[in-house]
Design a protein around this ligand. Structure first.
Ligand SMILES: Nc1ncnc2c1ncn2[C@@H]1O[C@H](COP(=O)(O)OP(=O)(O)OP(=O)(O)O)[C@@H](O)[C@H]1O
Length: 575
């Protein structure tokens, strides 16, 4: 947790001011019982009304000053903690932004969300608590002890018994609570995961009448969290009464022994009253410290989870001295590439070598799970190869910056992903400074113009979360337009025409041919009709190249291709 507190540096001055104010407030609290004891012993007992008025006035002034210090300190500590929470969330977000897909796969989206929100909130809360109590508690505790000792040496032995008892109780409860706090955060993760899957997949859940099943999953995750919460609260329920009991016993003991000492004239009534107040202050400071001990383990569990994310180094980063390609534009080459997903026993791709040249269309076809999507994800360097090299414009993708590399690419993913905003915003995502004309042209080529114009507000029509107010084909066309507006050197279409009907698919490919001109085009497809005109078709089978050539060449040279074709086209179409 201390590691995370280094992000408090920008708040150094506010911290100093808070500490100073809390210090003054604690001093005022410590001084008040002494003044009160003086009023009793010197003012009331000796019937000195003037003394009562003047000391009472002082008491009011000091109490007022202490309150002002306390109010300002509370305000400052809240500002520090809230600012710190914002900074920490930003830090985690920016760090996660640098992750490669490997780290996303390993932590999981739901957990990353909990860590950025709930875990940071735990840190924020503990910081407020620490700021408010870490200063007051020791000053009140130690200062109170000194003052109490000064009032009466003899009675201090009562504290020598009750304070260790209190300390032991706190330690016992904190050590019991710690494992639960860790479990609690994990269970919040799980609840988030179930909730997220349910909300994202609501249509599938409804279509398969799985509401009940999902409700059960949610209820079970919810109960697991509740169960841990109840266990923690049971501990806490025991905690407060235990503390109060120790406190009350101490006060009874002090009053009992003080009464005896007053009887024999060794103690004054005012001293006893001050002593009791100091006992309260000392014990209260222990109680404050114990609250921290309760909160710190939970925040500690959160801090570990945040640190885990912050300490996670992306699998790869940009090279120190990146190379830039000269001359070539959009040239893609794979040389003997193999790749395996983390933890997987078998390689998904092996011995992949091919060239995709500017002005050409290279299509990749193959059965499901043959590695087509994996192959094209290596070009924008979503993952690094295990062996071999992926070259773009003659430079290994690992030797150029990811930004330079991705600037060259217009990527259309298999599953269209849209963002909340307007239709135009979604296309402009591909090129920030795109003009209205460019957006319109991209939409026209992507065969999206008709349906966008039919929408009530045209390009300004709102797109809801995940594009849920559009059809599958409309989503695909918008995400194609987003890639087209970039006018990249390399187009990558990952099975992006699957949701289009044959007519739209054909029209779109004809329009694309004009648009893509000198760019390199890579198309992953399931349909033979989509790839039949390609300059080069790569046939993938179980992560290996089973054949490569034009449609005509492959019909004679590649058995796997023939099988795919035979399963899709009629005899005349094949000829
Ligand atoms: N993120 C991942 N982590 C682990 N394994 C993965 C991951 N993505 C894909 N795989 C595995 O890699 C193999 C190839 O998947 P890939 O998505 O490349 O196939 P594909 O040919 O594009 O299939 P489809 O045509 O069905 O989209 C599959 O066996 C799949 O289970």
């Amino acid at each position: 947790m201390l590691k995370l507190f280094r992000y408090l540096k920008p708040y150094s001055w506010l911290l100093v001011a808070t500490v100073a104010l809390l210090f003054l407030q604690s001093l005022s609290d410590l001084y008040l019982p002494t003044l009160m004891s003086d009023i009793v012993d010197k003012g009331i007992v000796q019937k000195d009304t003037g003394y009562i008025w003047s000391t009472g006035g002082w008491m009011l002034l000091i109490a007022f000053g202490g309150t002002i210090c306390s109010v300002i300190a509370m305000y400052l500590s809240s500002r520090i903690a809230i600012g710190y929470g914002r900074d920490l969330r930003g830090k985690v977000f920016h760090h996660v932004g640098k992750f490669t897909l490997r780290e996303f796969d390993s932590v999981g989206t739901a957990s990353l969300i909990t860590r950025t929100t709930n875990d940071v909130q735990q840190m924020q809360q503990v910081l407020i608590m620490m700021l408010r109590m870490m200063i007051s508690a020791p000053i009140m505790g130690i200062g109170g002890l000194i003052m109490a000792y000064n009032r009466d040496h003899v009675l201090t032995w009562i504290l020598a018994i009750s304070l260790p008892v209190m300390g032991l109780t706190i330690w016992f409860i904190a050590s019991k609570g710690m494992p639960y706090f860790k479990i609690m955060q994990k269970r919040i993760d799980k609840l988030n995961l179930v909730l997220r899957e349910f909300l994202v997949g609501i249509r599938v859940v409804r279509a398969f009448n799985r509401d009940e099943h999902e409700t059960e999953r949610f209820t079970s995750a919810n109960w697991e969290l509740t169960d841990t919460g109840i266990r923690v609260n049971k501990l806490m329920a025991f905690f407060m009464p235990a503390m109060m009991l120790i406190m009350q016993f101490t006060v009874i003991a002090v009053t009992w022994f003080a009464a005896k000492r007053i009887d024999i004239g060794e103690m004054l009534v005012g001293d006893m009253m001050a002593f009791v107040q100091y006992v309260f202050q000392i014990m209260f400071s222990f109680l404050m410290a114990s609250f921290m001990f309760v909160m710190i383990p939970r925040a500690q569990a959160s801090a570990v989870r945040i640190n885990e994310v912050l300490a996670m180094e992306p699998e790869f980063d940009d090279p120190a001295s990146p190379k830039t390609a000269k001359g070539q534009k959009g040239y893609v080459e794979f040389t003997d590439v193999s790749f395996r997903y983390p933890g997987a026993e078998q390689a998904v791709l092996s011995g992949i070598s091919f060239k995709a040249e500017p002005g050409e269309v290279t299509a990749i076809i193959g059965g499901t799970g043959s590695g087509k999507s994996t192959l094209i994800q290596l070009i924008p360097r979503f993952y690094d190869v295990e062996n071999g090299r992926v070259l773009v414009d003659g430079v290994d993708v690992r030797e150029m910056t990811q930004e330079t590399l991705r600037q060259k690419i217009g990527f259309v993913p298999q599953k269209a992903v849209l963002f909340t905003g307007t239709a135009a915003d979604n296309i402009r995502f591909g090129k920030e400074d795109a003009t209205d004309e460019e957006i319109r042209n991209a939409a026209a080529t992507a065969q999206a113009l008709d349906f966008i114009q039919e929408m009530e507000q045209g390009f300004d029509s709102p797109i809801s979360q995940g594009g849920s107010n559009l059809s599958g084909g409309q989503k695909q066309r918008l995400s194609i337009a987003r890639a087209l507006v970039r006018k990249p050197e390399i187009y990558i279409f990952d099975d992006s025409f699957s949701a289009l009907d044959y007519k739209t698919d054909a029209r779109l490919r004809a329009a694309l041919r004009n648009e893509t001109g000198e760019a390199t085009v890579l198309i992953v497809a399931q349909r033979v009709s989509t790839v039949v005109d390609a300059d080069r078709i790569i046939v993938l089978e179980d992560g290996r190249i089973a054949g490569m050539g034009t449609h005509k060449e492959l019909l004679t040279t590649c058995g796997v291709y023939r099988e795919i074709v035979a399963s899709q086209l009629s005899e005349e179409e094949i000829a």
